[in-house]
Design a protein around this ligand. Structure first.
Ligand code: AMP
Length: 208
């Protein structure tokens, strides 16, 4: 089964993908993670992508399309995958069509802006493990109390100004994909606002 997880930044796409991937026997592919790895490795792609990412802008289509095509050609993707954060523009979606990549369903997570800003501004990454926590009083999961706070960092694009920009970018460039995939008959909507267990179960129901 090949799936696309669509939705604004902070909609929970990555979290939910991790929760359903084993059940669905698919791998999760996050273009954001692939790009951050390229930045960390200091590769040519990473150097080109970094400025766009820090500002909350999209990395140019040609770079991301090549990266994604390379990834889905690998052996572990042949049984199925969840694309988390790709496509983010109509040209990216058209590139999937042109490459004849079969997609079974597009799960569209609905979350309003206030909740997105709240979630993203509380997100912190544990530097040694890469695990994601949330420091908001209602954030899940909370950072463990016995881990020193210096071990957590905030992504540059989770800072207030970049979040605002990411929401504008989502509205202008990514949300047209909702119509694009509705017209193909592949889109299913899921409410992304509730408890993670509820969202996971809604995703399973939507895929039946
Ligand atoms: P994410 O982790 O999915 O929120 O992605 C982090 C950042 O990586 C985004 O704000 C973009 O700068 C870049 N990015 C990730 N996926 C894409 C994509 N499909 N197209 C363009 N830029 C992307």
């Amino acid at each position: 089964m090949n799936l696309i997880f669509l939705g604004p930044p902070g909609a929970g796409k990555g979290t939910i993908a991790h929760r359903v991937m084993d059940d669905l026997k698919v791998v999760q592919i996050s273009t954001g993670d692939l790009l951050r790895a390229a930045v960390a490795a200091g590769s040519e792609l990473g150097q080109k992508a970094k400025g766009f990412m820090d500002a909350g802008e999209l990395v140019p289509d040609d770079l991301v399309i090549d990266l994604l095509k390379e990834r889905i050609a690998q052996d572990d993707c042949q049984e199925g995958f969840i694309l988390d954060g790709f496509p983010r523009t109509i040209p990216q979606a058209e590139a999937l069509d042109a490459a004849e990549v079969h997609i079974d369903k597009v799960v569209n997570f609905n979350v309003d802006d206030a909740l997105i800003i709240h979630r993203l501004s509380g997100r912190r990454i544990h530097r040694p493990t890469g695990k994601i926590f949330n420091v908001n009083p209602d954030g899940v999961p909370q950072p463990p109390e016995d881990v020193p706070t210096e071990e957590f960092y905030q992504r540059d694009d989770d800072k207030a100004e970049a979040i605002a920009n990411r929401l504008v970018v989502y509205r202008d460039q990514t949300s047209p994909l909702i119509d694009f995939y509705t017209q193909k008959g592949w889109l299913v909507d899921v409410d992304g606002t509730g408890a993670i267990d509820v969202i996971v179960s809604d995703v399973h129901s939507a895929l039946k």
